[in-house]
Design a protein around this ligand. Sequence first.
Ligand SMILES: Cc1cc2nc3c(=O)[nH]c(=O)nc-3n(C[C@H](O)[C@H](O)[C@H](O)COP(=O)(O)OP(=O)(O)OC[C@H]3O[C@@H](n4cnc5c(N)ncnc54)[C@H](O)[C@@H]3O)c2cc1C
Length: 488
Amino acid sequence: TRGTDENIAGASTQRPNHHKVLILGGGVAGVIAARTLHSQGIEDFVIVDARHELGGRMMTKSFGGKVIEQGPNWIQGTQEGDGPANPIFELANKYGLKSQFNDWFGSVSTYDATGFVDFLGTFDSSGDGFTNITILAGARVDSSLVDISVRTGYSLVDAKSANPHARASEYYHGPLQFDWEYAQTPEQSSLIAASLGNNFTYNTDQGGFSDANLMSLDQRGFKSLIQLEAAEFLKPQQTMLNATVKTISYSKNGVTVILKGGNKLTADYALCTFSLGVLQNDDVTFTPALPGFKQEAIQSMVMATYTKIFLRFPQKFWFDTEMAIYADSERGRYPVWQSLDHPNFFPGSGIVFVTVTGDYSVRIEALPDSQVQQEVMGVVRSMFPNVTVPEPTEFFFPRWHSNPLFRGSYSNWPPSFSSQHLDNLRANVGRLYFAGEATSRKYFGFLHGAYFEGLGIAKLIAECVKGGICTDMEHFPRITNARPYENE
Ligand SMILES: Cc1cc2nc3c(=O)[nH]c(=O)nc-3n(C[C@H](O)[C@H](O)[C@H](O)COP(=O)(O)OP(=O)(O)OC[C@H]3O[C@@H](n4cnc5c(N)ncnc54)[C@H](O)[C@@H]3O)c2cc1C
């Protein structure tokens, strides 16, 4: 139990309190930042994390005799030929991660409140608007037009979802694979950022990796790839686990961090990789308060929530496809189902899970488990009216939005967030730097976004540490309108 808040008190003699660099947070961004410093010959750093292990949102759970993923599950975009590779895919190959291609579009059954109803025709045609909406977004970027919401974009390309079947299809994989990917609605999301984000990851013509989604089934957990990578270079004194940061003081000369329990760490530089949600919720106090441009950026990006609800039954009674869509009259009500009791995944496990997102996730987190279970079972029974469905033997869902170490699952870019806001979200303040999935302009929301940000920002810090040029990252003190609202 190295480095708990309690035992650090007596550890001041064992470990120095001053370092060249403090890496706050040991998720993908933090571990890759540490590896980057190490590869630049900088060893005087320590990763500080509140949890008992590295990996951050890559978090597992034992459920129904299997190790299941509470957080990320898929390598989104892999590699085509010798094109650019998703670095998470490269780590998966390096560590022999057990994974399986997940057929999101070709292995789908469709249901509504009356039971099985074949609306695959509607589902397939809901993908047709995809090209149109990304073309629309690209044209707006080329002409420097302002951003609009994905909903406005859908309407402009005439991809209007008029009934529950169409709305459930849109939720799952409408033109931009919507809520199920972005964890918020088309109304809440930026057309430009969602379109470009999709292309940079999935579209090989636009520099993307591939359109494949590889699902981790590894019983060491998806997290094992980042933990194994860390084990290759980290020395025991370079991690401090079970250590919660309460206060970060920063200046042009250095950074001081106070942990829960009162212990103090100082450093020449610090990299904060805490989630956007943590920064938004004042879980950590900054002294001095972060400057206005930084606070506006933090509060303008959105921390969305994506919730997988797991159920285990004595035996399988459901669809034989990998996926199913349930079209409720209320959009976003228990819409996307995945069978883990499938020959490709965990046959014989009796496990199925359903995903909800955005405001619906926040809603269910406020309810007791028993009520959520009751609602979910109501849906299951309406999907399978001819089956006597028993209660599940196990039921679980994580509460990402309420978790003080995350406050949501990943960021989503709203239409009111400008490209300059992203620069401001990324920018350093004094010797305090920021990195994580939310600071990635191209790959926000993804594991590879966290990876590239950890890498890129740690390189900047390494240049500073090594005494090279250390300039402030570009930021915009004021983001202004092209035209004033009052023109008289
Ligand atoms: C439900 C869910 C599903 C997802 N699905 C996918 C997917 O399929 N594919 C994909 O590519 N991405 C997916 N993601 C996104 C992916 O998990 C993230 O982009 C990535 O893990 C973020 O890494 P990070 O290093 O930026 O942040 P984190 O992993 O959040 O790391 C930050 C660390 O800071 C620590 N911390 C926070 N506050 C404090 C504090 N006060 N003191 C000390 N430590 C603190 C945390 O414990 C954490 O370890 C999913 C995420 C979730 C939650």
